[in-house]
Design a protein around this ligand. Structure first.
Ligand code: IVH
Length: 669
């Protein structure tokens, strides 16, 4: 009997799906496409059309459905059947030798074979396959329960929707973003006035936590798979496991190596020390695992980490380069910051050409001169910093840098106020300051006006369209279209973002106005007490200091801001435009009244996987605790993430309690 149309279509659909999956694998995993993009697109279109014409053939696991799920309200929790543990760290050769000695002692073996692989700096995920079909995926979370981020993981083209064999297993790996893609993403975000990510790892984490999978799909996420969770394969070696994962079409990092004993492991670490910076992605160390899987099973885990594996962490990179010149930046409050223009040098994965020299005292203390050869490193996350001058390299032609007597933007005389390290331009109508004020006002934590970054703010100012934040609310689409960087769409988006910001509560407006010393917290306290701007404006310092956490310095700054001649016209424009001046009465302070961490002082060090620093600090403060920046005998906990730096050693000598992220999670649960 002749096949019906439907049957033929079904066969074609199945062939097309297999075909597309194959090309997807060759393109995204092997990086060796078999066909060009047009032919691939044609296959996709053909499949799409068939699925449209025959709705009964539609399938949520079809490659046409990688992106497309509806945005979620929140992520569901997903429990890990086998906990996703962290790794213990080794910082030098001796730590690796000690690790090997422990493994030999516990196993009674003379020599141990290790599988060494690159430690990818991203975030751990788990992928569940059922009969070869990708069904669910989760973040690591606290190691026991993660968040179900299936929709976002499906958008990563390197993740096969279908394995090469119909197996049921859980694969584990690291989601990351290539450095170049990260830098491009940040450039784009800066243009749009969005917060920039501190490093590729944060960008990857933020992207995976998007509730709208279409947004996640727009991020250049990638993945390497390095192991298995639950599975029923019979394997004997880690290296064999990796080869098998590759055979299943999962993306495995090819740079692994089997090393016999700690000597060879150390050679592997040294071999990658510099070479790793040539890779397109960030690595922060080497993961060393016993190659024999039966040893892994016998050695087992401690509460925190497996006994059969360790992570060697590379020391932070230090480079030397030359200071070609020193320029200055003018900040929002008129602070004049000297900036070193450096001979471009690649440092921990990015090309560095600028480093802040902070202020006059910093330059004097380090005796920095123009033309000097200096050592630089990346402080904290990605901010390049000058460590010191290599004096032996001086030729005698170096010149002293003098802070400018006049503001480079407006020409007004610069002053150093008593008790301050910074030199300032105190001209209230200095263009550079005004542009920075606009950018701050529009920033995410203030009025959150998307699309108003430094480039656009500078352009609006230069065009004479905006002189202060009040003017923003009188802009019209027609004035913007046709200006540089302003297509009609971006113009109308900007106007609508400005319009939307009118509804923000008073605390955001207060913070956005950029009153000296009034940060987010003071702005919230003031808004809550006075509930509307008019009442706050008429208050004297006495009334302000009635708030327990508002001291005389903040109170004085707020009072002089409202009395200063420049303020009234700006507030007048905001009022006329209908910007909200009030704070909703019942702003629920998150966690108000909670006291479980009362009196406890925390310091954070290193990069956390699950929280930004601000989020972690908020969790402590909501529970009545305090966050400090320096380790001393007075603090109660040091919470460490990756690369905790010198604070860790100091905390150890002081006997401060040290927590990793899991320990912190337990404490705040
Ligand atoms: S093995 C129990 N292999 O590093 C085994 N982890 O602190 C733990 N990571 O959470 C994972 N590259 O996010 C392993 N090649 C690799 C890795 C790797 C990066 C991350 C992973 C894990 C953390 C360990």
């Amino acid at each position: 009997m002749a096949k019906s149309g439907l049957e033929k279509a079904r066969e074609k659909v199945l062939t097309l799906r297999r075909e597309i999956e194959k090309h997807n694998y060759h393109y995204h995993v092997l990086d060796k496409p078999l066909i060009d993009d047009q032919r691939f697109d044609r296959l996709m279109r053909e499949l799409q059309e068939l699925e449209e014409n025959y709705p009964q053939l539609q399938d949520p696991d079809s490659p046409t459905r990688r992106v497309g799920a509806e945005p979620l309200a929140a992520f569901e929790a997903l429990e890990h059947k086998i906990p996703m543990l962290g790794l213990d760290n080794a910082f030098n050769e001796k730590d690796l030798v000690d690790f090997d000695a422990r493994v030999r002692r516990l196993t009674g073996l003379e020599t141990i074979e290790y599988l060494c692989e690159l430690k990818i700096d991203g975030l751990a995920v788990s992928l569940q396959y059922e009969d070869g079909i990708f069904k669910r995926g989760a973040t690591r979370g606290d190691g026991y329960t993660g968040e179900d981020i299936t929709q976002n993981l499906r958008t990563i083209r390197q993740i096969p929707l279908q394995l090469a064999e119909a197996l049921t297993l859980e694969a584990r790996g690291e989601v990351y973003i290539n450095r170049a893609a990260f830098e491009q993403l940040n450039r784009q975000r800066e243009e749009q006035g969005l917060m920039i990510f501190a490093n590729p790892r944060n960008a990857a984490a933020g992207s995976l936590r998007q509730l709208d999978p279409r947004l996640a799909a727009a991020r250049p996420l990638r993945i390497f798979i390095y192991g298995l969770g639950e599975h029923s394969l019979s394997l004997t070696e880690q290296a064999e496991m990796l080869a098998y994962l590759e055979k299943l079409h999962l993306p495995v990092n090819a740079n692994y190596s089997v090393c016999s004993g700690p000597g060879e492991v150390w050679q592997y670490c040294l071999q990658w020390q510099d070479k790793r910076h040539q890779l397109p992605y960030e690595t922060d160390g080497i993961v060393v695992k016993t190659n024999r899987l039966d040893l892994q099973k016998n050695l087992g885990n401690t509460a925190r980490s497996p006994r059969w594996a360790i992570a060697y962490k590379y020391p932070p990179e230090v480079k030397t380069t030359k200071i070609l010149d020193v320029g200055v930046n003018v900040g929002r409050t008129g602070t004049i910051t000297p900036v070193a223009h450096l001979e471009p040098v690649s440092l921990s994965g990015t090309t560095v050409q600028r480093a802040s020299l902070h202020n006059e005292d910093f330059i004097a203390e380090k005796e920095i001169m123009i033309g000097d050869t200096v050592t630089i490193h990346k402080a904290g996350e990605i901010i390049p910093e000058v460590l010191g001058v290599v004096k032996e390299k001086r030729s005698g032609r170096e010149t002293k840098f003098k802070m400018p007597g006049n503001c480079p933007s407006c020409g007004a005389e610069t002053v150093r106020l008593s008790g301050e390290a910074a030199l300032r331009c105190i001209n209230p109508s200095c263009p550079a300051q005004l542009v920075e004020k606009l950018v701050h006002f529009a920033s995410r934590r203030a009025m959150d006006i998307e699309g108003l970054g430094p480039a656009v703010a500078g352009m609006l100012y230069r065009q004479g369209l905006v002189g202060d934040v009040g003017d923003l609310y009188f802009l019209e689409v027609e004035q913007l279209t046709g200006l540089e960087r302003m297509a009609e769409k971006s113009a109308s988006n900007l106007i609508s973002a400005i319009g939307k910001s009118k509804e923000k509560p008073l605390r955001r407006l207060l913070f956005g106005l950029g009153i000296s010393f009034v940060g987010e917290k003071a702005a919230r306290l003031l808004a809550e007490k006075f509930t509307d701007l008019d009442r706050l404006q008429n208050a004297g310092t006495d009334e302000l200091t009635e708030i327990a956490e508002i001291g005389p310095k903040i109170a004085q700054a707020a009072v002089s801001f409202f009395r200063s001649a420049g303020t009234a016209p700006v507030l007048g424009k905001l009022r006329q435009a209908g910007v909200n001046f009030s704070e909703p009465e019942a702003t629920a302070v998150p966690g108000e009244g909670r006291t479980e961490l009362a009196g406890k002082v925390f310091v954070f060090s290193g990069s956390l996987e699950q929280y930004t620093r601000d989020q972690a600090a908020a969790l402590v403060e909501e529970r009545g605790g305090k966050v400090s920046s320096a380790v001393s005998g007075k603090i109660d906990y040091l919470v460490i993430g990756a690369d905790p730096g010198s604070k860790l050693a100091k905390a150890r000598t002081l006997g401060v309690k040290i927590l990793d992220e899991n320990g912190f999670n337990e404490l705040i649960r």
